[in-house]
Ligand binder design. Structure first.
Ligand code: ADP
Ligand code: ZN
Length: 612
């Protein structure tokens, strides 16, 4: 192939943009999309690092449509494939998938269409792709490109490791002239290096977008009857929205789902202990129904493309900032406002440390996980902008505080806790570095409990020296000392606290310690966050509801999730601009040629019925 000149490159992008508008109904490329697309059309390889919702799919879908031949997409999750294919079919793109859910006959049909050159995009599960039969098939057709989605699945350090991904370098060996693109939302340098090495992408151009998700509001609360706190959050801010709640254990998932159901929300559990068909059904309902809450362990989420998840809540502390960012990233893919809400307490830290220590993992792995947990804790105890810290963790700089996290919206009062910390640390030391927080507070408060008396701790010099703080305040002090690494949790024993090297300067009075002051009644300042669906004018609200009803009706007829018809952002624009003709409707976000033809008149009729 000839190296295209500058005009050629412009020409390529013009064609890509034409497809973007006509097929997808979008005005322009975002972030690095144009660069990736040009590179692939030119025949080069690419590694794409973009946050969730950044628009990775278009990076390979458009080149597959522009280039001759079929684009092969490797995707680790069946649900994700089905979702994408469904959406593409709605857009009039000739797409199909090959995975274990197909009957033999259906499989043969897809293969026949592939051989006949009737497909633009074919999604394939990695184990299926690696079968000799599939590779032979691919050898007989013209290939536009290979896209390796969720490429971080090659990483053995990650939670999503898929052994088959390690063998994908075979694609390069068998089809050296076909461009390849690997895509992921996992940004850390180590994973990135693994992707490059294992997929033989050393010469690929790297395209990296900012990982910021400005529409997500981050909030962290200290646990104090966590469920009630959760309920206040959901009930006041997301009374009708879809969301995901993450818990650490299956038991807690079940309990929380039941409890939410009793309070009148539709909430379903999802964890690895449920039979596969139940999981599949719950996932299907999450996609197809509106306003459903999924209560899940980390087993749920990868490849969930639902664009209008309005909140992600964590009832337990995630294991790492990477996990937290990935999980919260499932909120607000459509770019509309969304919430990330987390409640945590010292007990979370103890539980996670204990799980870690008792796991089978090797010492190196454990050390890595301990570091990750520490970073997560540090994030929770921040008094400054959380987004700045998150982005810094992923190697990005945000110059100004974001204005859209709890610490930005409401400044965090701090207090000089040097003396309190000294009392707390000496009590830990004098009681032998083996007790938990409750007992330590008994000693500080001078409680003559049976245990205190039996151990003779009423004779310690720190007995009863902490009356100036209440139990909750002492708990906060201990928690922050752990988070800052001045105390350590004995995870092999019963979660007793021990001193660390780092606490010396504070004990000796060489270092002052400022801690965050817990708010008694967390107030909500800043703009109250209603559902983004709420409109001020009743007429607008009525039209919005009617448009949603029309969407539900069409979705039911077609057997697809409502957002596949049109997403919320498109419906919002219909309310805002009230188009009267197909020509006007065509200009709105996400209205491409085919959807205009399929649904245009029906939606215009709804708008007209509401006064045009
Ligand atoms: P990712 O796979 O990176 O998480 P998606 O490919 O699912 O993200 O894209 C997220 C959303 O943004 C989708 O609804 C998609 O249609 C939309 N989108 C992507 N690129 C653009 C664009 N250039 N203009 C408008 N919307 C876009
Ligand atoms: Zn901020």
């Amino acid at each position: 192939m000839m190296q295209p000149d500058a005009d050629g490159a412009r020409d390529v992008l013009a064609r890509a943009r034409e497809v973007l508008r006509r097929v997808f109904g979008y005005e322009d490329f975002r972030g690095q999309q144009a660069g990736v697309i040009a590179e692939l059309i030119r025949g080069g390889d690419a590694l794409v690092l973009m946050p969730t919702g950044g628009g990775k799919s278009l990076c390979y879908q458009i080149p597959a449509l522009v280039r001759e031949g079929v684009g092969i997409v490797v995707s680790p999750l069946i649900a994700l494939m089905e979702d994408q294919v469904r959406s593409l079919l709605q857009l009039g793109v000739r797409a199909a998938y090959l995975n274990s859910t197909l009957e033999l006959e259906e499989m043969r049909e897809v293969e026949a269409r592939l051989l006949a050159g009737e497909l633009d995009l074919l999604y394939v599960a990695p184990e299926r792709l690696l079968q000799p039969r599939t590779l032979d098939l691919l050898g007989r057709v013209r290939l536009a490109l290979f896209a390796i989605d969720e490429a971080h699945c090659v990483s053995q350090w990650g939670h999503d490791f898929r052994p088959e991904y390690l063998q994908l370098s075979v694609l390069h060996q068998r089809f050296p002239s076909v461009p390849r693109v690997a895509l992921t939302a996992t940004a850390d340098a180590r994973t990135r290096q693994e992707i490059v090495e294992r997929l033989a992408l050393q010469t690929a151009r790297v395209f990296s977008d900012s990982f910021d998700r400005p529409n997500i509001r981050y909030r962290v609360t200290v646990k104090d009857r966590a469920r009630e706190q959760l309920w206040r959050f959901i009930d006041s801010e997301h009374p009708e929205d879809a969301g995901i709640i993450y818990c650490l254990s299956r038991k807690r998932v079940e309990e929380t789902a039941t409890w939410l159901s009793e309070r009148g929300r539709v909430a379903l559990p999802y964890h690895a202990g449920l039979p596969p068909e139940v999981r599949a059904e719950h996932q299907r309902r999450f996609l197809y129904e509106e306003g459903l809450i999924m209560v899940a362990t980390i087993a749920f989420g990868m490849g969930i493309d639902k664009p209008n998840v309005r909140f992600v809540a964590h009832l337990d502390l995630p294991r790492s900032l990477e996990a937290y960012y990935q999980e919260t990233g499932r909120a607000g893919r459509d770019g509309l406002p969304a919430n990330a809400w987390l409640a945590y307490g010292l007990q979370d830290v103890i539980t996670l440390r204990q799980m870690l220590e008792s796991s089978e993992a090797g010492e190196q792995r454990k050390r890595l996980e301990r570091h990750r947990l520490d970073a997560m804790l540090g994030f929770c105890e921040l008094t400054t902008c959380r987004r700045q810290a998150l982005l810094a963790h992923f190697g990005e700089t945000l110059d100004q505080p974001c204005g859209n996290c709890d610490n930005c919206l409401e400044s965090v009062p701090t207090w000089d806790a040097t003396e309190a910390a000294q009392k707390a640390l000496s009590t830990v030391y004098r009681t032998g570095q083996r007790f938990g927080v409750s007992y330590l507070i008994e000693v500080l408060h001078g409680v003559k409990s049976e245990r205190v008396l039996a151990l003779g701790h009423d004779r310690l010099s720190t007995f009863g020296i902490g009356l100036e703080l209440e139990v909750a305040q002492w708990r906060s002090v201990f928690r922050q000392l752990v988070a800052r690494g001045l105390l350590d949790v004995d995870a092999e024993g019963h979660g007793g606290l021990r001193l660390t090297e780092a606490c010396r300067p504070v004990l000796r009075g060489e270092q002052r310690l400022l801690l965050r002051q817990e708010r008694r009644q967390p107030r909500q300042k800043g703009k109250p966050r209603g559902a983004p669906s709420a409109f001020a004018a009743p007429a607008d609200q009525a039209l919005w509801e009617a448009l949603r009803e029309k969407r539900r009706e069409l979705a039911r007829e077609q057997g697809v999730p409502p957002y596949v018809i049109f997403n919320d952002a498109t419906l919002r624009e219909m309310v805002e601009y009230r188009p009267e003709t197909l020509e006007q409707l065509r200009l709105l976000y996400g209205v491409g040629e085919r959807k205009l033809a399929l649904y245009g008149e029906e939606f215009l009729a709804v708008i007209r019925a509401h006064g045009g």
